[in-house]
Ligand binder design. Structure first.
Ligand code: CAA
Length: 240
């Protein structure tokens, strides 16, 4: 029987590429989304992947949504915590609302996505967790105090979960994508985006599929001894 994989924010951007890659590799995929019904319906029509709507920032909604996925598809053995938002502003202009929205979705949302699934993984003695962090969690970024804090926080989450889960054959790893050609990066003003691309030695934005293939490896049986690690995929823009 194929393993069930849950991808948060899995109907658009990097998440959609991850959902498709895992489906192609034989997983039964559930893709969550927060609000864009039209994009989710189009994604399901195109791929046949089931989508589920809930707000990852809300624990009870996440718990209920995950229970629904498990009742429909079976126990979730692979979790990709990918859902994330930006609310960029220089710090002197950043509002408490912008801070909290990003923390609630990108950081608390990771807790809410993994926590309800964790007890089952411990019982079954198998689990694969990948958190999609960011280059900006590694290096910081002008106008992203909120976002960079969450993405750095993701690295602490996986390093801690790795230690807690290792004896139960659960791995938790992070991928730090650089600038990838998604709506999120396209929302950056064009002039700023051009200057970003100029700083990428590869001379181009990354493709969502380049992140998806790394996820597929980390969740495979072959990657069982890779635990608590951070993989950078950024076209040589930044090294830790
Ligand atoms: N470094 C240093 N200074 C910078 C800068 C940078 N990277 N970017 C802008 N500035 C400067 C500007 O030159 C300007 O200076 P002056 O006041 O001297 O003109 C000042 O900072 C910006 O002031 P503004 O009042 O114009 O700023 P704003 O309130 O209009 O905000 C912005 C503009 C939100 C910062 C906009 O430029 C922006 O969105 N920048 C991109 C930030 C970014 O890279 N976000 C990443 C998004 S993609 C992502 O997050 C995915 C991922 O994981 C990689």
């Amino acid at each position: 029987m194929s393993r069930v994989a849950l991808v948060s924010g899995g109907s658009r951007g990097i998440g959609a590429a991850i959902s498709k890659e895992l489906k192609d590799k034989g997983y039964t995929v559930a893709a969550t989304y927060a609000g864009n019904d039209e994009a989710a319906a189009a994604f399901t029509a195109e791929t046949g992947i089931k989508t589920y709507k809930w707000n990852v920032a809300d624990y009870e909604s996440s718990k209920a949504g995950i229970a629904q996925v498990e009742s429909d598809l079976g126990p979730v053995e692979v979790v990709v915590a990918n859902a994330g938002i930006t609310r960029d502003a220089p710090f002197h202009k950043m509002t408490p609302e912008q801070w909290h929205e990003v923390i609630d979705t990108n950081l608390t949302g990771v807790f809410n996505t993994i926590h309800p699934i964790w007890p089952g993984m411990r019982e079954r003695k198998f689990g694969r967790i990948v958190v999609i962090s960011s280059i900006n969690g590694q290096k910081g970024q002008f106008a992203q105090v909120n976002y960079a804090a969450t993405k750095a926080g993701d690295l602490g989450i996986v390093k801690s979960l790795a230690q807690e889960g290792a004896r139960a054959n659960i791995t938790a790893n992070a991928i730090c994508p650089g600038y990838i050609g998604t709506d999120m990066v396209m929302a950056v003003p064009e002039k700023v985006r051009e200057s970003i691309i100029a700083q990428i030695p590869a001379g181009r934005l990354g493709e969502p599929e380049e992140i998806a293939r790394a996820v597929a490896f980390l969740v495979s049986d072959d990657a069982g001894f890779i635990n608590g690690s951070t993989i950078s995929a950024n076209g040589a823009q930044f090294f830790v």
